[in-house]
Design a protein around this ligand. Structure first.
Ligand code: ATP
Ligand code: ATP
Ligand code: MG
Ligand code: MG
Ligand code: MG
Ligand code: MG
Length: 270
């Protein structure tokens, strides 16, 4: 600090570069699990979608939001999660490295901390890690396109993985054969394979798997009992008070179209 004698080493601080995020932009931090292809195999994830793993991802993302309340919406699928900070956030003076590292380390430590709640006795074999990146989006339109891009990616991968693993698990194909079979197919072909060969209507698959997880804040009224000291009386009185609390709520719905944004108009600012 300024009133302390400065050492001759102090000048090295000037090598630090400024990474303040441009004002008025949404700050998006996206993290992604490192080598989760291998991690998911070693921890016996159910293919194509392990719900324990998805639940743990969501739980860890909630930890991040509760730790950093300026996050207005988070979207996750597979081994990734995106966190959107409100555009006028001043958290960590908008320093990109601070925001990114706090998000990814809070997420990673939560993933380990809550592992048992989702995987029970199945041991965590090694410490997982997540990479992080920061991207700025200047307009609501750009931000919505970003989230749409991630959800479209979820849909595309999930359709592929659903057919792939059905061909393997039910159709008896090897993974190499299934890969061959799907080479060059478009979405309609994949839907058709599922429907005509396995009697599966992709539309009826779980929304969590098709749409991913969207986390937003919701206001909830809760009744709490408080003890209030009434003057001129000896004893405390119990009264019920209604408090409004912000809670993280999960949605498994389309966020590409207008409906979600019409129903939650306060996520985006003008
Ligand atoms: P990188 O380090 O480059 O990110 P990666 O192996 O993590 O490599 P991704 O493209 O991030 O590659 O893909 C993550 C992989 O993790 C998926 O392809 C899938 O195999 C696996 N995976 C992640 N979540 C789940 C889940 N809930 N259920 C089953 N498998 C999952
Ligand atoms: P910030 O989030 O800004 O880093 P901070 O509370 O972590 O806030 P630091 O300047 O990083 O502040 O200081 C870390 C503090 O953690 C120390 O001042 C000390 O109180 C405590 N601390 C860290 N390691 C030890 C240790 N091994 N033994 C005792 N106290 C420790
Ligand atoms: Mg990757
Ligand atoms: Mg990954
Ligand atoms: Mg990924
Ligand atoms: Mg510290």
């Amino acid at each position: 600090s300024s009133n302390m004698a400065k050492s001759k080493f102090e000048y090295v601080r000037n090598f630090e570069t400024d990474d303040t995020c441009l004002r008025n932009c949404y700050i998006v931090v996206r993290l992604d699990g490192r080598n989760f292809h291998r991690f998911s195999e070693q921890h016996n994830f159910t293919k194509p979608n392990d719900n324990r793993a998805l639940g743990l991802m969501s739980r860890s993302a909630r930890s991040v939001m509760e730790d950093m309340e300026d996050v207005v919406i988070a979207y996750g699928q597979s081994d990734e999660f995106s966190f959107v900070f409100k555009r006028n956030s001043t958290l960590f003076r908008r320093r990109a490295s601070k925001l990114m590292t706090h998000v990814t380390s809070q997420f990673s430590s939560s993933y380990v901390f809550y592992w048992r709640e989702f995987f029970g006795e199945q041991p965590l074999l090694y410490p997982p890690s997540f990479d992080g990146r920061v991207v700025l989006y200047p307009t609501n339109h750009n931000l919505r396109d970003y989230l749409s891009w991630r959800q479209a990616d979820c849909h595309f991968n999930n359709l592929y993985n659903t057919v792939f693993w059905t061909l393997v698990q039910t159709g008896g194909l090897s993974t190499a054969q299934a890969e061959d079979r799907l080479k060059g197919t478009v979405a309609a072909d994949k839907n058709e394979i599922l429907f005509s060969e396995f009697n599966i209507n992709y539309n009826n698959e779980s929304a969590l798997h098709k749409k991913g997880t969207t986390l937003i804040w919701t206001k909830q009224n809760e009744t709490v009992t408080k003890c209030i000291k009434v003057s001129n009386e000896e004893e405390e009185k119990e009264v019920s008070v209604i408090r409004s609390r912000r809670r993280v709520q999960a949605h498994y719905c389309d966020i590409i179209g207008e409906q979600f944004w019409d129903e939650h108009p306060d996520i985006l600012e003008d």
